[in-house]
Ligand binder design. Structure first.
Ligand SMILES: *[C@@H]1O[C@H](CO)[C@@H](O)[C@H](O)[C@H]1NC(C)=O
Length: 535
């Protein structure tokens, strides 16, 4: 038996590989595919070995971005270790002209220092042939998506050697908005848990992190303008807050993955924690003719409310660079407003009668005016449209109510509104069995409406509400279940119509997540070649 030394990853191990190579059935180590499925994908059995010690990333001569491009330089470092997961060498990266295998990246626009936005192209073209892969994209964000795909194409044989097959891919997302919502109010999520979620999001090509940062239970956002909001409204004023530098860290980490950070400051309901640090913001509830000592939604009749909101949103819009801002507007309980004699008098004066939806519409209109004046695209939960069909046309509606969401899709797009669909993807709800199949089978454009209406569906969002979720169970509850929605939002509808065909590829992808240190839960009975090694 021939014994040889094969070098990889900076250390050597003896291999009894000559004989085994003959005995092993050819094609056992297949490329199991890419998740989410690329739009066009052809591959062959021609395979090329990759050696981490000679592999390098290079910028194409014609590329608008060149070395020094922060997004791509950082992506090369990350993807080196994702492509070669057991590389334990000294980690010297090569940007030189040394063969045998390189991946050359070219982009049309030098947008290295910017932020991804709603119009950013994520299209890329990836071509793998002997000794060379070339990746071209319109933007650096497209290049990052292409690097993810390339990393998923690389596989190892039983000896740990790396290979990639001859491949041609032309790929782009079906929907521009592919989000994940994390709720950091019901439970505080440490920054590292958010950063890790951003990593995993990029593996599934999600591109929007919707940060539902505050709510009734706690106000962890540390405001520069109103520090009392977190010092009095967070679970703990020092340990359970997001400082300005925490927020910056999240935004810059997200940026490097081509992920937008969409902040939500939900009002006028869901604001109990706000009241602790901002006196007179919430409506005092009454019992008969006396205040009961409890508080309801934000007080919509006081000018001081709008002065406060204007200052807060001014800060928020400068801290978060994204062009969208989410102002909530869901589930407003009218009973407290109704109990308050001052509110009732205000209603009368405004001519609202006893219709509290009019008062809510009045409030939301004022907030929309504030965010619009800050040059932001406002996104609101669907309730706002239910009460207020005349909301400005450039507002984006966020559909969350599970019942009848197809009717809502028809109705809202018929009114010319853009929508994001979240309702069928509340995956904080769990059930026994393979509930990812339900998420996978959702067809966002399956509603009655014209082609023009369908174009108004800008994407979808997976929500992970935090009542029963903190850093201990966030990751296994999100992954790989969220990845089912990721493929629905990225890939071609017809090519991904079979949930059974998707199953083995998702199982393989889940193993890739595990290999990358993501505690993704199993889909069903089976094993991964590399089981979870974390502690
Ligand atoms: C990659 O190549 C190997 C052998 O060369 C083959 O067995 C496998 O099916 C190929 N994978 C794909 C996706 O073409």
């Amino acid at each position: 038996m021939a014994v040889s030394m094969v070098s990889f990853g900076g250390y050597t191990r003896p291999h009894v590989y000559l004989l085994l190579l003959i005995l092993l059935p050819l094609g056992r180590h297949t490329v199991d595919g890419v998740w989410p499925l690329p739009q066009t994908f052809t591959s062959s059995v021609e395979r090329y070995p990759l050696n981490p010690q000679t592999f390098y990333f290079g910028y194409g001569r014609q590329s608008a971005a060149q070395p020094g491009c922060s997004v791509l330089d950082a992506a090369f470092k990350r993807y080196f270790y994702l492509i070669f997961p057991d590389y334990i060498g000294n980690g010297v990266l090569r940007f030189s002209e040394v063969k045998p295998f390189n991946i050359e990246i070219s982009v049309d626009h030098e947008d290295c220092e910017g932020y991804p936005n709603e119009d950013s192209s994520e299209r890329y073209n990836l071509s793998v042939s002997a000794g060379q892969a070339s990746l071209s994209a319109e933007t650096v964000w497209g290049a990052v998506r292409g690097l993810e795909t390339f990393s998923q194409l690389v596989y190892q044989d039983d000896f740990g050697s790396y290979f990639v097959n001859k491949t041609e891919i032309d790929d782009f997302p079906r929907f521009a908005f592919r989000g994940i919502l994390l709720d950091t109010s019901r439970h505080y999520l440490p920054v590292h848990a958010i950063l890790k979620t951003l990593d995993a999001m990029a593996y599934s090509k999600f591109n929007v992190f919707h940060w539902h940062i505050v709510d009734d239970p706690s106000f962890p956002y540390q405001s520069r303008t109103f520090p009392d909001l977190s010092s009095k409204g967070a679970f703990h004023p020092m340990t359970h807050i997001y400082t300005q530098s925490d927020v910056k860290r999240v935004i810059s980490h997200a940026r490097l993955w081509g992920i937008r950070v969409l902040p939500e400051f939900d009002t006028p309901g869901h604001t109990q924690s706000w009241g602790k640090g901002q006196p007179d913001l919430l409506t005092p509830c009454f019992k008969g003719s006396t205040p009961s000592g409890t508080f309801g939604p934000v007080n919509p009749m006081l000018p001081s409310t709008y002065q406060f909101m204007e200052k807060l949103f001014k800060e928020v819009s400068s801290v978060f660079p994204d062009s969208y801002i989410h102002i909530g507007g869901d589930e407003v309980d009218f009973s407290c407003w109704q109990s308050n004699p001052d509110i009732r008098a205000f209603m009368k004066k405004m001519g609202f009668g006893v219709d509290f939806t009019k008062l809510e519409a009045f409030y939301m209109e004022n907030i929309v005016n504030i965010t619009a004046a800050l040059n932001k695209t406002t996104i609101v939960w669907q309730d706002v449209f239910d009460y207020h069909e005349r909301i400005p046309k450039d507002t984006v509606l966020h559909i969350w109510k599970g019942a009848g969401y197809r009717t809502e899709l028809s109705r809202m797009t018929k009114a010319g509104m853009r929508v994001v669909l979240a309702a069928p993807w509340y995956i904080n709800h769990i059930s026994y069995g393979q509930d990812w199949r339900v998420s996978y089978n959702i067809q966002p454009l399956n509603f009655s409406g014209t082609e023009e209406q369908k174009k108004l569906v800008i994407g979808g969002e997976v929500c992970m509400w935090g009542e029963y979720v903190d850093a201990t169970n966030l990751t296994p509850r999100l992954w790989p279940r969220a990845s089912a929605a990721a493929e629905r939002l990225w890939s071609d509808e017809k090519q991904t119509s079979s949930v059974d065909k998707a199953f083995p590829r998702l199982q393989d992808f889940r193993c890739k997540l595990v290999r990358r240190g993501i505690r993704a839960e199993p889909l069903y009975v089976g094993h991964c070649k590399h089981e979870y090694q974390g502690v």
